[in-house]
Design a protein around this ligand. Structure first.
Ligand code: FMN
Length: 151
């Protein structure tokens, strides 16, 4: 696996920062990991990908951030066949909300409903924990990448 696109959806920039830091860490491991906003990504392109990483926050009351909404709607409307796609997902949220990290769960369901296969467990950052989101995400992605390595 030498190229993995990282798609982010953010409202106030944290998910983009995490995506950039993941890309830098993966680059050090020899993986080319372009970072693209979900706003600028066509769901048609998902069918030509082998593995992608989603990084997305939750806003409002369990909603997707605004920059992820068109991507989500296009998945629901265009219904691309994603049987050939594997993905990993990392969510940013805050456990003081009842709707903790619902945004990433919404996207995971949308992709798996279209036939995509999730790699590993969804990663979660809790803004209330005081932990550094990028550090947590880099540890998480290393576990995920180990699952994509050939046996
Ligand atoms: C107005 C507002 C609403 C939020 N709603 C939720 C929510 O429903 N569930 C959740 O888990 N986190 C919620 N959060 C927390 C954000 O997801 C968290 O701060 C995250 O790090 C933001 O990432 P972003 O900058 O990439 O959008 C909310 C934050 C704000 C400011």
């Amino acid at each position: 696996m030498d190229r993995i696109t990282i798609l982010f959806g953010t409202e106030s920039g944290n998910a983009e920062m995490v995506a950039d830091d993941l890309s830098a860490a993966m680059g050090q491991g020899g993986i080319d990991a372009p970072v693209v906003s979900m706003e600028d990504y066509s769901v048609d392109d998902l069918r030509s990908q082998d593995v992608i990483i989603l990084v997305v926050s939750t806003y409002g009351e369990g909603d997707l951030p605004e920059t992820a909404v068109p991507f989500f709607q296009a998945l629901r409307e265009d219904k691309p066949d994603l049987a050939g796609l594997r993905f990993a997902a990392f969510g940013l949220g805050d456990s003081t909300y009842d709707t903790y990290n619902l945004g990433v769960a919404t996207l995971v369901s949308a992709l798996t409903d279209l036939g995509a296969t999730q790699i590993g467990e969804t990663g979660h950052h809790d803004a209330d924990s005081g932990l550094d989101a990028s550090e947590l995400a880099v540890t998480w992605v290393n576990d995920v990448l180990a699952l994509t390595a050939p046996a």
